[in-house]
Ligand binder design. Structure first.
Ligand SMILES: *Cc1c(COP(=O)(O)O)cnc(C)c1O
Length: 297
């Protein structure tokens, strides 16, 4: 029997065990990475900031001129239903829209019927418990992130070849993960996360060329309560290397400390005090009804 707690997908109007969910090879989502997606999560049985993820997903679909036969309310209901059916308290909930199948022989995207799919699986961590405790070793890649002039980074997308190859580069150097740069060598983002650096009283997160993460936004909100100079600006590699604290943020893990950059220690080499404070505050918000909504299992 299939263990439904390993995940359930919703595709082509049906709920199926996630391992059985399939899309046709001719779907442009597969052939051309012509798709957008979003990832929300539940924590202790509550969806976190679900409306923000739905907003972003609908904006992405509109920018890509995609539409699906499900309303926002129906998509939200599908997300709840997926989690309920898995019984998972801590879940990773992905929603996606692919361009779909073109008419036979056609290359006209207007003729594609867009496909909606979604799945809920056990919560996914970018970094395991040990790494989150000791901090990550981050490589600053020389690989440039696809520039915002080419692909709008506000649209959460599957254009990951730059990031996947940069991950190989990081592993070759013994690093745990990687952050990519822009043409001028400023830090941009990594595979599924945003980056922050604190030098003295100043905290910087890259302003341009990044997906504006819901976690990034939450951290900016939490930072606005501190007596700190918080900027969305350029983050040059030299500044990141000399910072006292560096951390990365993602739905898949919250706030994760970086304690080495290419084997040089960041600050005193231990996870930063601000990083820990923000991480605690971030997870506390998950029980706050202003930020989260309970699932009725
Ligand atoms: C999803 C993602 C992030 C992080 O966004 P969150 O909403 O915080 O999960 C950052 N960069 C990229 C490229 C992403 O795909």
């Amino acid at each position: 029997m299939t263990d439904l707690s390993q995940g359930i997908a919703f595709i082509d109007d049906e709920y199926v065990p996630v391992a059985e969910a399939r899309i046709p090879v001719l779907d442009w989502g597969f052939l051309h990475s012509d798709a957008t997606y979003d990832v929300a999560h539940t924590w202790h049985g509550r969806f976190f900031r679900i409306e923000d993820y739905l907003d972003r997903f609908h904006t992405s679909m509109a920018k890509l001129r995609m539409s699906v036969p499900y309303s926002r309310e129906q998509i939200r209901a599908i997300m709840f239903e997926l989690v309920k059916r898995t019984g998972l308290r801590d879940a990773y909930v992905e929603i996606a829209c692919t361009r779909g199948l073109p008419a036979p022989g056609s290359r006209d995207p207007r003729n594609c019927q867009n496909r909606f799919l979604a799945f809920a699986i056990p919560f996914v961590w970018i970094a395991d418990d040990k790494l989150r405790q000791q901090g990550l070793n981050l490589l600053i890649s020389e690989q440039q992130r696809i520039p915002p002039e080419s692909v709008d980074p506000q649209i959460k997308n599957y254009h990951w070849l730059d990031m996947v190859m940069a991950l190989f580069e990081a592993y070759d150097h013994g690093a745990d993960t990687v952050v990519l740069v822009d043409a001028a060598g400023n830090l941009v983002e990594g595979p599924g996360f945003n980056v922050f650096a604190r030098s003295g009283n100043t905290v910087i997160t890259p302003a341009r060329g990044v997906l504006e993460g819901v976690t990034r936004e939450t951290i900016l909100e939490l930072l606005s309560r501190e007596k700190l100079d918080v900027r969305q600006d350029l983050l040059p590699a030299t500044l990141a290397r000399s910072a006292q604290e560096v951390f990365i943020t993602s739905t898949a893990g919250g706030v994760m400390p970086v304690t080495r950059i290419a084997d040089e220690t960041v600050g005193d080499g231990r996870p930063g005090v601000l990083t820990a404070k923000l991480n605690d505050a971030y997870w506390s918000l998950h029980a706050d009804p202003k930020y989260s909504v309970a699932i009725d299992y």
